[in-house]
Design a protein. Structure first.
Length: 223
């Protein structure tokens, strides 16, 4: 009986040796890849958390620079943010904040550059759209009407379609293209149905151009 068990154990051992000889290297490499991938994923997660904390701290510095009213400090802090954390949402937020501050201080070119940067590189469509709208408004103020229309001709999300159309109407009206401006304002008025306060502003612009969007869209009465 003992000899039989010894033979069975030897046979099993031989099978294990054969299996490991055949598949051992592959199994080892699979384990290395799996464990290596797990370690890399953990490392990446740690790096992302670390980057987010550092980016948040640098965004706080941009906020302090804005609060100080020092335009040069705002530009420096935003430049640092772009250099070190350009891929983060904090950088996009910093760009919008810096642009607003710089514009208020008369640094229009710097504000335009910041908005261009956000508009071109923002991963979040909301930041991108906000940057484009503000950039187009700056271009309108500078009477760069064709540049403003070029900015507005880029794709906007449906949520921003009403604001884009309203600003387009302002640009077209400034160019003296009243009919095109009316068409843009009508589009804005229709898109802003869920924001009545803003919609009333668009309606006032249409009224000033001799158009009542409510009567124009009302159903005809039956005779």
């Amino acid at each position: 009986m003992a000899k039989a068990l010894d033979l069975d154990e030897q046979e099993q051992l031989d099978q294990i040796k054969h299996f490991w000889k055949t598949w051992g290297n592959l199994i080892s490499w699979v384990l290395i890849v799996v464990l290596g991938g797990y370690a890399a994923w953990n490392g990446y997660q740690y790096w992302q958390r670390s980057q987010a904390v550092k980016a948040s701290a640098m965004y706080d510095e941009v906020e302090r620079a804005v609060a100080s009213g020092d335009a040069s400090r705002v530009e420096r802090s935003f430049a640092d943010m772009k250099d070190k954390f350009a891929a983060t949402q904090y950088a996009q937020q910093a760009g919008l904040l810096a642009a607003k501050s710089l514009q208020a201080q008369g640094k229009t070119d710097a504000a335009r550059d910041a908005l261009n940067w956000v508009a071109a590189g923002a991963a979040d469509p909301a930041y991108r759209d906000i940057a484009r709208l503000r950039l187009a408004a700056l271009q309108l103020d500078a009477k760069a009407h064709d540049d403003a229309l070029k900015t507005l001709n880029q794709a906007f999300t449906p949520a921003m379609a009403g604001l884009e159309a309203d600003l387009r109407g302002d640009v077209l009206q400034a160019k003296g293209q009243a009919a095109d401006a009316i068409a843009a304002y009508k589009k804005a008025w229709a898109a802003l149905a869920d924001t009545p306060d803003y919609r009333r502003l668009v309606q006032a612009k249409l009224n000033a151009l001799g158009v009542d969007p409510e009567s124009a869209t009302a159903p005809e009465s039956k005779k």
